[in-house]
Design a protein around this ligand. Sequence first.
Ligand code: NAD
Length: 450
Amino acid sequence: MKPTSPSLETLQAAAPFSAVPPTPCSSRSIMVKEYDFFKVIQDYLDCAAKVINLQDFVRTILSQPKNEIIVNFPVKMDNEEVRLFKGYRVQHNNLLGPFKGGMRFHPSLTLDDVKALASMMTWKSALMRIPFGGAKGGIKFDPHAVSKAELQRITRRFTHALSDNIGPEYDIPAPDVGTNSQTMAWMMDTYSNMVGSANKQSVRGVVTGKPVASGGTLGRAKATGQGAVYCAIEWAAEKNFNLEGSTMMVQGFGNVGSHFAVILSRLGVSTVAVGDHSGYMVNPEGFNAHKLQDWVIANGSIAGYPGGKAVTREDFFKQKADIFAPCALENQVGESEARLLDCKVVVEGANGPINPSGEKIVLDKGIDIIPDVLANAGGVTVSYYEWVQNKRSESWTEEEVDSKLEKAMIRAYREIGDFARQHKVDRRIAAYALALSRIEAVYKEREIFP
Ligand code: NAD
């Protein structure tokens, strides 16, 4: 017989975090009227800075990225028309190591979003004790609306436009929304063809998230979902919650969401609700996460998948499930979605999925949040392993990668928990505070040039 999961009341009684009030920072209670992702991240930064009395000069430096690069580049489309594309690369900080972060291809990408995402990469690398800084970039366009040949030309021309600003020791892109290992293969190939024959082999580490045959690492494709699963396992252990026989709902069934669902399904967690840009579906008996993942790879979205009942977005958020994993985009859970949520924990696979108004309601309801900078840090962690393997001309087994990742995730999870209990703050602020204190320690030692 499957053990039953404890009720939310039982969990709350046992929970070390639900008893902790959110950090009393004015920034945490801001009501988001006009959503401004970069401002939201700045407010978290301010809040965590107060908790650790961050030195003003460090706060000042971190308040803006070091470099904001915008490139406009022409690409010949299949119909011979020339289209101009706008690409971004924001390099937030490289104190701890090369700039590092994903490339997003999305029609509504803005410079401010990229700034927010780039700064989160700085916190994530520091939190995970990885010798990288933070960056992010992308192109404002819909990658699903162009042919594969056009996609390749757009990616290569963008890489060419950025070539003086990236490099294996300087700034290392990776996949994000709308990009994947194929995109990285094109980026690496373009870059390596620009550095001269003698250097070609030494620059494979210019991007991570490459296909394994082109110098990628085993375990990278699933790494972000895998890291989020390690967090869910730690959370369950902490709460004495039995994952086997429990339920999850997943928003976004791309790289992060689908791997999260597939890996957790092996531990007996059933996916009862899913959603993506094409719509939402429920199945009280549980979706076959593997088959759904294959479907999305073949068809580009969950639309038309046989074995689920289509529901509205509102109905999706109303579903009862133990775990909610938002793995799509930022600002998906505001006040109204937060009021509907009926789960025990939110595992933030996406960056910034809950806005501050939604977050307040979620925390007030006693729902735990495993924050993005921890929950999705498996991606950058395994990217670091890939970069190290490229440097050393090694290839590690998947078991080695997974076991290193598991240790890194558990350590970060527990450090955040300890900090949160000690300072009576929630996990997001604890994660930011830990990251900031590590960055501050280095600034204090090195001071400011000149
Ligand atoms: P992806 O492109 O593989 O998948 C994105 C998913 O979100 C798709 O299922 C898409 O249909 C869905 N989506 C897009 N717009 C939506 C909308 N308006 N409503 C509902 N669903 C929508 O991207 P990914 O790599 O899985 O990234 C997802 C999130 O995880 C992003 O926030 C990204 O920054 C974050 N992240 C990704 C990685 C990584 O390694 N890929 C690492 C860390 C964080």
